[in-house]
Design a binder for this molecule. Structure first.
Ligand SMILES: Cc1ncc(COP(=O)(O)O)c(C=O)c1O
Length: 394
């Protein structure tokens, strides 16, 4: 007799094989806690997640609206805090409309899913975030990748579609304003011009630039806030220290784009709305994401570049120059893992990226700058980082 406790041997064997393979490749992930380490790893760049005004915003929303939104946005789960947050996000980024999702991941899945189908072609930067890749794949569009930040490679793909016997009538190019692992910036203006030449849409993921670059938005700084053919997504979980995601729209067509997404983005329609507390926290954080705080973040990011760049063996291996994310190329995945583990033992948290999470197969340590770090503390943590890398590479 089959009992409910029975497990399927094929699945069990498969699980066990996958685990063995991961262990053999030294690829086991761990759900690390933040504890009390010196934080060069989290994305709470401005330290707003724990700011008293942000906490109070969340608490007040819980007291007035309760713990959860109760339903999807289109089934009675829209609260005043959602509308206020959307207006604030649009105002902050200089765009006209915003639509809030339950995460940055679902915002990307939602917007790409709503623009997919057999008539669409999606061209993604090779270093695009997993949520953009998953969204494009799930969308039913044809998907191609172009070499990271290479405008000529993108132009070749756009031209190949335009001159093919059966061109896809709707083309979308997806990029990140600041790349989450490399930390470098996309050439936004050039991308926008190129997309306009080919009547393509440009989707820019502002996950690492919203409230983290001077001006608060990379698109706004590039003069593209009102470019109608440029869509943006963002997360509320990084510089805003809360949780949630957003699509940000500009130009004359923004209301129609918003209406389309509200009606067709599956992760908006079939997902419970952002909890009122997280929406209110993100809104409070937005009010605190001032140029002064962003300036402190930029100064600390610069200190990371300067201190590590002054080390002979690291000078040519620091990748980023754009925002809070600083990447250090490592010689092997093993050394990257070992350096991160040894730094952890010294009380310093850094992230470690290695294949298969990096499309170019190069392992990296990723350091994220924080506005709240005192420069002398940061400098001694960086000295430990340099020492530790030297040690594991000796
Ligand atoms: C570029 C990019 N897009 C999207 C996301 C997903 O955002 P969230 O954590 O809000 O789902 C991340 C977070 O890792 C990211 O780095």
């Amino acid at each position: 007799m089959t009992t409910l406790a029975t497990t399927n041997p094929a699945w069990e064997r498969w699980l066990s094989t996958r685990s063995t393979v991961r262990a053999a490749r030294d690829m086991q992930r761990v759900d690390t806690s933040r504890e009390t380490l010196f934080d060069l790893a989290s994305n709470d760049y401005l330290g707003l997640g724990s700011h008293p005004q942000v906490r109070h915003g969340a608490i007040n929303a819980v007291c007035s609206a309760g713990a959860g939104a109760g339903a999807s946005r289109v089934a009675g789960g829209t609260w005043q805090v959602h509308r206020e947050l959307e207006a604030a996000l649009a105002g902050y980024t200089g765009r006209s409309q915003a639509l809030v999702f339950s995460s940055g991941y679902t915002a990307n899945l939602g917007v790409l899913g709503a623009l997919g189908g057999p008539g669409s072609l999606m061209l993604l930067d090779a270093h695009a975030h997993a949520s953009l890749i998953d969204g494009a794949k799930l969308s039913g569009a044809a998907v191609q990748y172009f070499e990271h930040n290479n405008l000529d490679a993108l132009r070749t793909l756009l031209a190949a579609n335009a001159t093919s016997a059966a061109p896809k009538p709707r083309v979308l190019v997806a990029a990140e304003s600041i790349y989450s692992v490399l930390g470098d910036a996309a050439p936004l203006r050039e991308l926008a011009v190129l997309c306009a030449q080919f009547d393509a849409l440009l989707l820019v993921d502002e996950a690492h630039s919203l409230a983290a670059v001077p001006g608060g938005s990379a698109l706004k700084s590039a003069g593209l806030a009102q470019a109608g053919h440029v869509l943006a997504t963002a997360t509320l979980s990084k510089a805003l220290g809360s949780q949630g995601g957003a699509v940000l729209l500009g130009g004359a067509g923004a209301p129609l784009w918003r209406e389309h997404l509200l009606n067709t983005a599956r992760t908006f329609i079939f997902d419970t709305a952002l909890a009122p507390a997280t929406a209110a926290a993100a809104h409070a954080a937005l009010d605190l994401a001032t140029e002064a705080r962003i300036g402190q973040l930029a100064a600390n990011a610069q200190l990371i570049r300067t201190v590590l760049g002054a080390q002979d063996q690291l000078a040519s291996r620091i990748q980023a120059d754009a925002g809070a994310v600083q990447s250090v190329l490592m010689q092997s995945a093993q050394q990257a893992v070992q350096a991160a583990a040894e730094l952890r033992e010294q009380g310093i948290a850094v992230s470690c990226f290695r294949p298969p999470s990096v499309p170019d197969g190069i392992s990296r340590l990723r350091l994220t700058a924080h506005a709240g770090h005192e420069q002398d503390e940061l400098a001694s943590a960086l000295a430990a980082v340099a020492r530790t890398i030297r040690k594991v590479e000796a």
